[in-house]
Design a protein around this ligand. Structure first.
Ligand SMILES: NC(=O)c1ccc[n+]([C@@H]2O[C@H](COP(=O)([O-])OP(=O)(O)OC[C@H]3O[C@@H](n4cnc5c(N)ncnc54)[C@H](OP(=O)(O)O)[C@@H]3O)[C@@H](O)[C@H]2O)c1
Length: 161
């Protein structure tokens, strides 16, 4: 099984504000849905509070609170390692955020799917800078803004060296 981070970040690495996403980019939401559907998705408790249960995926919610109640069909994990150990029968598991979880899971991840939104935003949650001595860019697809997607964006895929 491989462990992949999947994230959308602005030019200044902002990923959210007030526990919400900032932009609405349907093309990126479609990409996220297509990549993660049918797989396990691992997230921090705050991201779970923001997104709720995403259909057709198995959610694993990470919290230090052992007593946290999670919805039926979701799993609770007490650490990133615990979350990964709970993934069964899946060739790719996705770490879907947020900032706290991304920062801690770069060390265990094999891949990063980064959607770079070509705009600068103010926010309070950030994706870490990708260290290109550790990560190799293996795919890059640039897209211009259109009637549904306000900002130019690029799908980037990195593999750990
Ligand atoms: N743009 C994107 O792609 C994207 C994706 C996802 C999220 N986001 C944004 O990111 C922001 C949320 O990020 P965040 O950093 O505030 O929160 P987060 O990473 O979603 O969740 C943090 C929580 O996870 C738990 N946790 C963290 N490390 C842990 C560990 N080692 N062991 C056990 N539990 C651990 C703790 O929960 P407890 O407090 O319950 O112990 C902690 O409070 C929001 O703005 C959201 O919209 C953006």
């Amino acid at each position: 099984m491989i462990v992949s981070l999947i994230v959308a970040a602005s030019e200044n690495n902002v990923i959210g504000k007030d526990n919400q996403l900032i932009w609405k980019m349907p093309a990126d939401m479609k990409f996220f849905r297509e990549k993660t559907t049918g797989h396990h998705i691992i997230m921090g408790r705050k991201t779970f509070e923001s997104t709720g249960v995403l259909p057709k995926r198995t959610s694993i919610i990470i919290s230090r609170n052992n007593d946290l109640t999670v919805p039926e069909n979701c799993l609770l994990a007490i650490s990133i390692e615990d979350a990964i150990s709970k993934v069964k029968n899946d060739e790719e598991a996705f770490i879907i955020g947020g900032a706290d979880i991304y920062k801690q899971s770069l060390a265990v991840a094999d891949k990063i799917y980064l959607t770079r939104i070509h705009h600068t935003f103010e926010g309070d949650a950030y994706f870490p800078e990708i260290d290109e001595t550790k990560w190799e860019l293996i795919s890059k697809q640039e897209h211009q803004p259109d009637e549904k997607n306000q900002y130019a964006f690029t799908f980037l895929e990195y593999r750990k060296k």
